[in-house]
Design a protein around this ligand. Sequence first.
Ligand code: PMP
Length: 368
Amino acid sequence: MRKIYNFSAGPAVLPEEVLEQAREEMLDWHGSGMSVMEMSHRGKEFMSIVDKAESDLRELANIPANYKVLFLQGGASSQFAVVPMNLLEGNTQADYVHTGQWSKKAASEAGQYCSVHITASSEQDGFNSVPPLEQWHISSDTAYVHYTPNETIGGVEFQWTPDLSVAPGGNGNIPLVADMSSNFLSRPFDVSKFGLIYAGAQKNVGPAGLVIVIIREDLLAIPPLPRTPTMYRYKTHADQASMYNTPPTYAIYIMGLVMEWLKKQGGLVAIEQRNIAKAKLIYDLIDASSFYHCPVSRSDRSRMNIPFTLSDSGLDEVFLKQAQAHGLLQLKGHRSVGGMRASIYNAMPLEGVQTLATFMREFEKNHV
Ligand code: PMP
C-alpha cells in the first residue's frame, strides 16, 4: 500500500493494482521470458497485448465499428497540428471553441495551416464557464469544429456534448473534434457524435508517451495537406493498425492493464458515479467555506481538475507543506494561475479525496 495520494494533473496517479501487476510481469511477461519493454512490436506476444487493449477500449467506450483506434506518439500537443493537416480538405477555415489555455494552444497551432474562426469563447468571464450552444457561431466554410471537453488548467468541463446540427450556423455533416486528454474514459460518451477524438494517455489512461486517436473512417479518405509527413497522416497508421513504425509499446501495455482495471470497476457508468461523488466532496467543502474559493461557474466545474485558492495567498506555501506532511502531494496550482489544483482522475481513490477534504477542513480551522 502506498502512503501518499498524488493529485498531479499529469502524468498522474495510476491504479495501484495496475502498477503491482506491471511489477509482477516486469521481468517475465506470461512465461515469455521477456519484459514487455523488450518485445518486438510485431511479435505474437505484443500483438496479443495491443489487440486486447484495443478491444477492451472499444468495449468500454462502445466504439462503433466504423471508427478506427490509433495508438500514436507525440502527445496531445502534436495533434494540435495533425488535426488540421489531415482534416482541412481544401478548406481554408476551421472552427475552435475557446474555453481556456488548452483550446487556445490547439487553435493557435491550427492557425499555421488555416484561418481559425473562434466559434465561441468564455473569455469575458475569465474562462470560468463554457459557452452555451446558442451562443456558438459556426462559420459557413469550416472544415470541422474543435473543442476541449475538459480544460485541465482552468478546471472547466463540458457536461454536454455539442450537437452541431442545432448549433447556430452548424449542420450535422461538420465533424466534431475533441481534445479529451483530461477527461477521457471518466464518464460515458457517445463516440458516434464525434468525427475525431484524441487524448494524451498520461491522465486517465496510462503513462506519458501514448496518444489515443479515435477517428471515423470516412475522414481517413480526406487527402492531407501537401507535404504532410508520412508519420502525421492518420491513414498511415490506420492502414497498418498503428504498426507503421514502432508504437509506444510499454505505454500501450499499461494502458491495456488500465482498461482491464476499468472493466473491473464496472466500466464508464460506474466510474462516472465514483467521479461525481469524489468531486462533490471537495466542491461542497469549498462552497460551504469562505476560506477556500473556486472561481468556476457551478454548472461547468470539472470532475477531474479542481482549482481553488485560499483567502490569503500568503498561506499557500504553508498549505502545500502541511499537505505534503499528510501525504497529499502535487496540489500546487498551474504556474499560470497559482493557488491550488487537485486533480482527481479515475485512479484517485475515494479515500485520497476524503483525506484531502479532512486536511482542508483542519487547515481552515487552524487558519481563520
Ligand atoms: N490537451 C489537454 C487538455 C491537456 O491537459 C494537455 C496536457 N496537460 C495537453 C493537451 C498536452 O498534452 P501533451 O503534453 O501530451 O502534449
